[in-house]
Design a protein around this ligand. Sequence first.
Ligand code: GDP
Length: 229
Amino acid sequence: ALVRRVLFVTGAISMAGCPPADRGEAVFIGRSNVGKSSLVNMVTNRKSLAYTSKRPGKTQQFNYFAVNDKPGREKEIKFGDVVEGEKDLDSFYIVDLPGFGFAKVPDQQRKEWADFMRDFLANRRTLKVVFHLVDGRHGPIDEDATIMKQVGESLPKNVAYVVVLTKADKNAKGPAKKKLGKVSIDVLNTLRETMRENKVGNAPIIVTSAETKLGRDDIWRYLRIAAEA
Ligand code: GDP
């Protein structure tokens, strides 16, 4: 798939702050340091600049990135690496949800965040796919179970929910294995169990590595649902 450019659009803190619902959206959610920026950059062929979860002050917002936006709407930033010979995609949004486990925020803010997330999952009508990133070395933590619970309760059944295990190369030993990456059977079992407990037991699991590009095509199978919406 061809990604011509990725532009930061806005950081939303409520439904009213989201851009007009005029194209498909893919959400990436996961706690800080799970490997979200690395994965999105890997998937969209960015080197590092286009996308980072660590924009100062933006860590508690839903960060909207426009992929392949119309030239007229370009802002000052432009990322031009073109992949030859591949089919053009229409514009879609990648939305970075930082997760609400961020440190030291008042309860009230945490509640507002959770309310927005529930509202968004239930009511954002252009939402096509939710990628939930879980650290492939450790498996789900409490916050991941909370996210699964919210997804299980709020996400309409026609929106794809995909669990993405990150950093799989870190579990692999030896140069050959490192090219692929792996996840331990214990992590997988714990993950399946947590998914079942939170009523998302049937969701697909994709094992990925931003280092080795493992899982890139599998991510695109779902990303395409947003891109072609
Ligand atoms: P974010 O906070 O979720 O956006 O996480 P980052 O993408 O910034 O990654 C956090 C740290 O994990 C960085 O030091 C990355 O280099 C590292 N990292 C992310 N993905 C991978 C991966 O697939 N393999 C390895 N070995 N390290 C990774």
